[in-house]
Write a protein that binds this ligand. Structure first.
Ligand code: AMP
Ligand code: ZN
Length: 477
């Protein structure tokens, strides 16, 4: 039975989806004003792991991850400049060009990290109609109010005093949300915690027409509108990084529940920040690593994936290069275990209780306990250590060998790896596959220097190609 720690009730709860056998899952995606960093990727990898676990539990998953390309203000505050516009002005491009560039980079990164793709990646700018409709519902129900500006334009705010549960997720109480800290006071607001649903600002580059006038949507309304559109008015799981809890998710709950009259999400999951030098890895502080930075240093995307996944998602993880070295060494150990297993005769006498079966059970049970990867890995490593000893003495039986193989496949399926030097088809990115094909083509055309250039490029990315009579086999370096 899968248990998840729900930030709303602050309890580990048995997971029961609304509809039997199906899960609806929304995770806040990237704001595409700059490259995603490995902190963002820690959160996104958590979504990937959760999706894999749902699928492993035979649940049919519908997963949505938004692409924010309008309305997300600097410092996550309710005023200031839109991150997209700041980036557009700095680069001399349009916000759309900036969004397209970084969204492409994001997809390339998640491909290289072997993500299972979500079902939909909706862009905020393509769902403004749905947002306007939702804001209209809030105005009709008396949960939002309009403010007229001197130039005749109109902004719309959510009225937090109409939602007594406001603050329940983050633990912030309305009385304490006084002017200052994160929420800037604007005279036009009735309460300092009221937040923008629609912003009138003629200087903003991106503008849409709403019944109350032109402007652009606030960040929070985007996720509510897209979640409701693709997943329905009540979803099973909503996730994000811990900084999303407040104000973003708090505001999403308020506006969604006030608009629909139903519970918005049944489980709220939050990933603890990835730190670097003891501080939150963040774009705005300029203290971050991208996947590219680490690949350039010679680490594999696989090691990055392992490092980010191997600690529990609610535990602080301080990123270091040393951590990546250890991740690389651990993967080597698991690859070599898988290779030895593959070669092993399996002629040994073995033990009465098959420890590979117990290890597989223990591994899955640990993941079902709020995705406790460290505990799952501890079970795996105990087994690997013991099985290595028995293989060295030739004591593994045929049945244990096949159960150990099944264990490694389960670990790989859940954590997103294939083990062993020979790389499985699902464990290599489409760009590596494309390079291998290109090399094959060059060889056929006898363009040997081009083939060699590609071979070196693959080597640089951590792969060796072995040419066999059945075609090229990809091996890890
Ligand atoms: P953003 O692109 O800023 O909208 O962030 C995308 C996602 O990454 C959000 O769910 C954030 O909560 C999450 N995030 C941002 N910084 C970190 C970090 N250092 N560690 C983990 N998750 C983060
Ligand atoms: Zn969101």
């Amino acid at each position: 039975m899968l248990k998840l720690f729900d930030s709303y009730t602050k309890k580990k709860r048995a997971f029961r989806p609304l509809r039997k056998g199906k899960v609806t899952f929304y995770g806040c995606g990237p704001t595409v004003y700059s490259s995603v960093h490995i902190g963002n990727l820690r959160t996104f990898l958590f979504y990937d792991l959760l999706r894999r676990l749902f699928e492993f539990s035979k649940l049919e998953v519908t997963q949505v991850m938004n692409i924010t390309d309008v309305g997300h203000m600097m410092a996550d505050a309710d005023e200031g400049e839109d991150k997209m516009e700041v980036s557009a002005k700095e680069s001399g491009q349009s916000p759309q060009e900036v969004a397209e560039f970084y969204a492409r980079q994001f997809f390339r990164d998640i491909d290289r990290l072997n993500f299972r793709r979500a079902d939909v990646y909706p862009k905020a700018s393509e769902h403004v109609t749905e947002m306007i409709r939702l804001i209209g519902r809030l105005l009709d129900r008396g949960h939002a109010y309009k403010v007229r500006h001197g130039d005749g334009g109109t902004s719309v705010y959510f009225d937090v005093s109409t939602f007594p549960d406001y603050g329940k997720l983050s633990g912030n109480r309305l009385d304490d949300l006084n002017p200052g800290a994160r929420i800037e006071v604007r005279d036009e607001k009735r309460h300092p915690a009221d937040f923008s649903l629609w912003i009138h600002n003629p200087k903003h580059l991106m503008q849409w027409e709403a019944p109350w006038g032109s402007g652009y949507p606030g960040w929070h309304i985007e996720c509510s509108a897209m979640a409701i559109k693709y997943l329905g008015e009540t979803i099973d799981v909503h996730a994000g990084g811990e900084d999303n809890k407040f104000p973003h998710h708090e505001c999403e709950i308020a506006q969604s529940e006030c608009a629909t009259g139903h519970e918005f999400s049944r489980y709220w999951l939050h990933v603890t920040h990835l730190l670097v030098d003891g501080e939150k890895m963040s774009k705005s502080k300029g203290k971050f690593f991208t996947l590219d930075d680490l690949l350039e240093k010679g680490f594999s995307a696989r090691a990055v994936r392992y490092l980010l996944l191997s600690s529990h998602y609610r535990q602080t993880l301080n990123f270091t290069m040393h951590g990546l070295d250890s991740a690389t060494a651990t993967l080597d150990r698991l690859d070599s275990f898988a290779d030895t297993l593959n070669r092993h005769s399996g002629n040994g006498k073995g033990v009465r209780v098959n420890p590979a079966v117990a290890a597989r059970k223990g591994f899955v049970a640990a993941l079902n306990d709020d995705l406790n990867v460290p505990n799952a890995l501890a079970v795996l490593f105990d087994y690997v250590r013991e099985a290595n000893e028995r293989m060295a003495k030739d004591e593994l039986t045929v049945s244990e060998r096949s159960d150990a193989d099944r264990l490694m496949k389960t670990v790989g399926q859940l954590l997103g790896f294939t083990f062993g030097r020979t790389v499985g088809d699902d464990d290599v990115s489409s760009s590596v596959k494309a390079l291998v094909e290109k090399r094959e083509q060059a060889r056929k055309e006898k363009a040997f220097s081009e083939a060699d250039r590609i071979r070196l490029e693959l080597l640089d990315r951590g792969y060796e190609i072995e040419d066999t009579s059945d075609g090229p086999v990809i091996k890890r370096k």
